[in-house]
Write a protein that binds this ligand. Sequence first.
Ligand code: PLP
Length: 398
Amino acid sequence: MNVPFLDLQAQYKDIKNEIAPALLDILDKCCFIGGPYVNNFEKEVENYLDVKHVAGCASGTDALVLGLKACNIKPGDEVITTAFSFFATAEAIACVGAIPVFVDVRPEDYNIDPNKIEEAITEKTKAILPVHIFGAPCEMDRINEIAKRHGLKVIEDDAQAIGSEYKGRKAGTLADLGCFSFYPTKNLGGAGDGGMVTTNDGDLYTMIKAYKEHGAGEAGARTLELQGGPAETVSTSEQTTDLYNPYKYFNYVIGHNSRLDAIQSAVLSVKLKHLDKYNAKRAAIAKRYYEGLTDKLILPRYAADTKPCWHQFVVLSEQKRDLCAFLSENGVGNGTFYPVPQHRQKAFNAANSRVSGESLPVAEMISAQSVCLPVFPEMTDDQIQYVIETVNRFYEGK
Ligand SMILES: Cc1ncc(COP(=O)(O)O)c(C=O)c1O
């Protein structure tokens, strides 16, 4: 039997009839940037997450960069983050000229260890950037409490966590800002790149809006002021029309071109309606794995007050290489997220990053041992069973 690691085509086949009319409508109307599909999607996510503001943008990486800029993170500032994540997390910090400070993680859920955050704080620290890795929420109450005591912002990296919950609240509503990715393989994936920033803070939302569109208009003027610049008012002397919009060409801060386009929004709106069903299916697969997989593997142990969205199902094995090879030989798709912890990436060095403490042994251990098993909503019962049997056969030496 063959079990792919992920099957995007199976998902598309199911919802093709819902997606096609929306895409044709966009092409007919040529409303590619902004417009009703984007606005509707942002509203739908506000309702889904129960958050006041959603700003679509071009990718999860951009969402982080925009979030950091909105928090006024400047070159030389330090931002505390996890050593164990996809590279984009720390890359975004470096992209605004700040220093990622890598903190070790917990062996049970692979998330940043709140016990190790405080010792990483210096007078340069401005924010904490926890990642809900593989869709499992971090211990946010403790992280927020530390941040509050030290006057720091908290920016969630929710790239893998859409639909995850912590103490009954959705990821993306648990800190100052939430940053999501709609990369096609995510639980809510677009037909290309996409992302969004979420917040309950009106001022942060204004700044995100400014930074995602060239620091322009009223949002840009307000951003300048909110971040300590002079109070500016946008000239209203000229009449605004559809064809001539003077606000659009007044730029107050250096921003980006980072928009979620209409085609992505339309696809994501369709998929959002199915998201809870997809995530429930992932949870059911995870349950089968917990029941059926050999205890020779170490499985993640998530806190009872969290509800992961099971973006990935990641186990630890001291025989990682051999296990992955065996799975591949037997037709079971697998992954090794992430083989290199962030602080070991060649792009980072003592000049542009900092490791908190002597070393980060848990992150190193997880990178050396992590094996990702298939977990996607369209998996059949037989495929789930085959994955379990194949993993167990490896340990039985068959
Ligand atoms: C944890 C994490 N952060 C950030 C990103 C960046 O998102 P994107 O690929 O949409 O830029 C990703 C995903 O790719 C991710 O997994």
